[in-house]
Design a protein around this ligand. Structure first.
Ligand code: HEM
Length: 424
């Protein structure tokens, strides 16, 4: 297994063959990187269901490259960034990088934003967003010609971006800044490197986004409406018998931007690619729209928008007979688990009537199970139902570059998907 290359650009673009090799043993130790990797379904699940032994205190993993980049910047850039940071209201960690009991404290507040009834009652609003975005996809409605569209930027990203902005309650007037800030928040998971000017630029947008969210929180505190910001602006942390601070509220909202857009855009993108590559799926879903939900679950399993996240071992233990020490870092590969041949028959195929549909761990498992899963499922189900109902004959655009995945360690997302379609 010495030839395994976790950071090879081709592997980052398509990790499935690597995952298969990683599953040959319970845990793989990446010597030169100093971390362990787990990709088998039962072992990934074991880790996720034991948050006491496997901690989510993983801020360093995402922060370290940023800190190193800051230290490598020119003194002038450092000064400008420090000046920006000094103006930020402190945003404490909430949810994804916390363990119990703090995690449970915040999660109980955020659970109120994603209740089944709240999500269900917003179905009409999500549908409206989707209809509007599809209407703008291009081409004459009556013509039987095939129309070109770049699906990722025109459809896949705008759907979750608009839905979350509306659900949060960010007004249309703030849309531009919100979208710029949301894009930068989403980039956190890519851990990219930027030049000095871009670092400062991104820092300033972060600050502008925070100021905007704080302003809306204050407005909704005074005059609540039916939106997420209003609930957070007036929420209490029962465990500490105090109101949620403005910094905590912004931290929670920012997490929705980090975790809730590119993930959903990715799922929509991979679903559309599957439709382009498998015309028989298009026919099957048109004839049987009740199978769209199974299709969405299979896409989540098959491509897993979040490929992996780390956990930190808190006490000496063993995983599948493999010894781990306190302090060890374990990379948990959801994407590897979701194609484990021990759990799923024909794991490398989209099988809509498989027995274990929905048993995937694309949304994780245990206490950090994706809080936005019902919203993401709504976006996917309504999105594909509308696409299948209103459009047909999806093909890749032969005149444009082929679809290509973003080379990313954590995420699995298409950079672009140039396709053609006809209106029904
Ligand atoms: C297809 C779309 C999505 C996928 C594949 C996805 C995936 C995930 C995964 C794998 C985790 C677990 C992290 C862990 O194990 O530590 C997670 C957590 C989370 N997700 Fe999602 N997500 C999606 C959509 C969303 C949406 C739409 C939102 C909100 C608007 C959202 C908000 C969150 C938050 C706040 C957490 C942290 C939960 C916690 O730590 O308790 N996600 N998501």
């Amino acid at each position: 297994m010495d030839d395994i290359q976790l950071f090879n650009a081709d592997v980052l673009r398509s990790p499935h063959a690597l995952n298969k090799r990683l599953r040959e043993q319970p845990v793989y130790f990446a010597k030169e990187l100093g971390f362990h990797v787990v990709a088998r379904y039962n072992l990934v699940r074991e880790v996720l269901l034991d948050p006491k032994t496997y901690s989510s205190r993983i801020t360093d993993f995402f922060q370290k490259p940023l800190t190193m980049r800051f230290e490598a910047a020119s003194p002038e850039t450092q000064e400008r960034i420090t000046h920006i940071r000094e103006q930020l209201v402190h945003e404490p960690e909430t949810m994804i990088t916390l363990d119990r009991p703090e995690h449970a404290m915040y999660r109980s507040v955020v659970d109120k934003l994603f209740t089944v009834s709240r999500i269900k009652s917003a179905e009409g609003a999500t549908q409206k967003v989707i209809d509007k975005i599809l209407d703008a996809a291009g081409g004459e409605r009556q013509s039987s010609e095939s129309h070109p569209v770049e699906f990722i930027s025109k459809i896949a990203f705008p759907i979750p971006m608009t839905v979350i902005r509306e659900r949060m309650g960010v007004p249309d007037a703030d849309r531009e800044l919100f979208e710029r800030g949301a894009k930068i928040a989403g980039d956190t998971l890519h851990m990219r490197m930027y030049d000095d000017e871009e670092l400062v630029n991104r820092g300033q947008i972060d600050l502008d986004l925070q100021r905007m969210l704080l302003r809306i929180l204050d407005e909704r505190h005074r005059e609540p409406r039916d939106d997420m910001i209003s609930i957070l602006a007036n929420a209490r942390l029962e465990a500490e018998d105090r109101p949620l601070t403005r910094g905590e509220a912004v931290s929670i909202l920012r997490q929705f931007l980090v975790a809730g857009q590119e993930t959903a855009a990715s799922a929509l993108g991979w679903g559309m690619l599957a439709l382009c590559e498998h015309p028989e799926l298009q026919d099957e879903l048109y004839a049987n729209p009740d199978r769209i939900s199974a299709f969405c679950e299979e896409i989540l399993r098959y491509e897993s928008p979040v490929q992996l996240l780390p956990r930190i071992v808190t006490a000496d233990t063993e995983l599948g007979g493999y010894p781990l020490k306190a302090g060890d870092v374990v990379m948990v590969r959801y994407g590897g688990a979701n194609r484990d041949e021990r759990t799923f028959e024909a794991p490398d195929e989209i099988v809509m009537d498989r027995a274990k549909i929905g048993m995937h761990m694309a949304f994780s498992a245990g206490i950090h199970y994706c809080i936005g899963a019902p919203l993401a499922r709504q976006e996917m189900n309504l999105g594909f139902a509308s696409i299948i109902k209103r459009m047909k004959n999806f093909t890749l655009d032969p005149d444009k570059p082929e679809p290509e995945a973003e080379p990313s360690f954590v995420m699995r997302c298409l950079r672009h998907l140039h396709m053609r379609f006809e209106w029904r």
